[in-house]
Design a protein around this ligand. Structure first.
Ligand SMILES: Cc1ncc(COP(=O)(O)O)c(C=O)c1O
Length: 443
């Protein structure tokens, strides 16, 4: 993205960039004090004026049709042909050639040895957590700034999410602050890490590649090894995202991806577990197919398993979409460049750039505003025009079912939630293609 300006950032404080456009006022940050408060600007421009400036850019870049969704799927003849193949042959359910072929093609694309297709990304994460050995009363380190589907399967195992903060550049877990937090609260006894405060084992670290931006995996993998934590990557949003030439999912023992209707490619609903470990792969396959023993006359199962296998119909759609992924990546990069250039022309907003050393998929583009008031005024104004913008997910530690969970201070999570607005990012934008057959779909 040679044409896009990168705002220089010092630590995680967002400062007015030198010699370029960006924040109009220096932001006060509670970060250094590590307080759990929302950060804002000392004085800020009129929210309605800023919203109008942002909307003027969106009107200019986006097609005239309304409504415009956040991320709409894009299909063509290949999708129709492969789905029809399932209907014509009657192979619509969990057996059928497309499932295995989809798995093989995913493995080839990501260069990760094994892919096991599942009914969605959440079920893939559930199996990852089981295979990580997560048990009742364990804790799993997980960012608060993620979709609830990352945390729910932890609780299905009667374990507890332990929320950690993210950082501004990658939006992912902040390795430096996690290291300080673990120094303070964790100790390793034998081959198990314990939370000294709660006395519970901390079994795993789940890293999320938020909006397709690869997290700092080298540092996080080192930390996980040091504390004997199984590393799980939630790459639900990050198919087509690379760090240092490696696809997301290359560092964790286990990774989950999603093919929900709002993702960069979709199988309707669907997901996959990725791993380089053959033993974990075969256990994942076994558990996700109701733990059925090799087929004989009798239908037998040797463990409590799950009916998580992706149906052939969805796999067929997923295969067709996978052939489209390189084109989607190109289109989305073009859109991100257009957004980056356009938003560089106005003050008091910051467009989220690709992290250093990464090639991300630009799944959903992010704009940062001065504070929550500016965010809300913009969301309302855009909704009135039929343009769907979205705030970040409400941080998980603020949801009622997670109120009593352990956590570190989360200032960056709160800041991103307060200031972040997700922009329309469908692969058919900004082309004004009247024939595109995508339909609105919300995350
Ligand atoms: C970060 C993240 N994790 C997990 C999931 C769950 O995936 P699915 O909806 O396929 O269950 C999603 C998306 O939907 C997600 O965005």
């Amino acid at each position: 993205m040679a044409t896009m300006k990168r705002f220089p950032r010092k630590d995680t404080k967002m400062k007015r960039p030198q010699n370029t456009v960006g924040w109009g006022k220096e932001r006060t940050s509670t970060f250094a004090a590590d307080k759990d408060e929302v950060v804002g600007v000392r004085s800020s421009p009129q929210p309605t004026r800023l919203a109008e400036n942002v909307l003027a850019i969106l009107r200019e870049l986006l097609p005239e049709r309304r409504p415009i969704g956040l991320h709409e799927p894009r299909f063509g003849d290949t999708e129709k042909a492969l789905v029809m193949d399932c209907l014509d042959t009657g192979w619509v359910s969990t057996a059928g050639k497309h499932v295995e072929q989809f798995e093989q093609e995913l493995s080839e694309y990501t260069d990760i040895s094994h892919a096991i297709a599942t009914v969605n990304g959440t079920s893939a994460l559930h199996i990852c957590l089981i295979l990580a050995g997560v048990r009742p009363d364990d804790e799993v380190l997980i960012p608060s700034l993620t979709f609830v589907g990352s945390a729910n399967p932890i609780t299905w195992l009667a374990a507890t999410p332990h929320f950690v903060d993210c950082e501004a550049e990658t939006l992912g877990v902040d390795p430096a602050r996690l290291e300080r937090h673990l120094e303070e609260i964790a100790e390793v006894r034998g081959a198990t890490c314990y939370n000294r405060r709660t006395h519970r084992p901390i079994r795993a670290l789940m890293v999320v590649h938020v909006l397709g931006h690869p997290a700092r995996m080298v540092e996080l993998a080192k930390l996980a090894r040091h504390y004997h934590l199984t590393l799980i990557e939630d790459a639900a949003e990050a198919l087509g995202s690379w760090r240092g030439g490696l696809h997301t999912g290359s560092w964790g023992q286990l990774t989950a991806v999603s093919f929900n209707g709002n993702k960069i490619i979709t199988s309707g609903g669907g997901g996959a577990i990725l791993t380089n470990d053959p033993d974990l792969a075969s256990r994942a396959r076994h558990l996700s197919t109701t733990a059925r023993t090799p087929q004989t006359r009798f239908i037998e199962h040797d463990a409590i398993g799950y009916n998580y296998r992706l149906p052939n119909l969805n796999a067929a759609l997923g295969r067709a979409q996978l052939t489209r992924l390189p084109d989607h990546l190109k289109r989305k990069r073009r859109l991100a460049e257009a957004y980056g250039q356009a938003f560089a022309t106005i003050n008091n907003v910051q467009f989220q750039l690709e992290p250093e050393g990464c090639r991300n998929n630009h799944w959903v583009n992010l704009l940062l505003l001065p504070d929550a008031e500016h965010r809300d005024v913009l969301l309302d104004a855009a909704a009135e025009e039929g343009i769907l913008l979205r705030p970040f997910w409400t941080p998980l530690h603020q949801l009622p079912m997670f109120h009593d969970t352990p956590r570190m201070n989360l200032p960056q999570t709160l800041e991103l939630f307060a200031c972040g607005v997700c922009l329309p990012s469908s692969p058919d934008l900004p082309s004004r293609d009247a024939n595109a057959c995508g339909r609105p779909n919300t995350p």
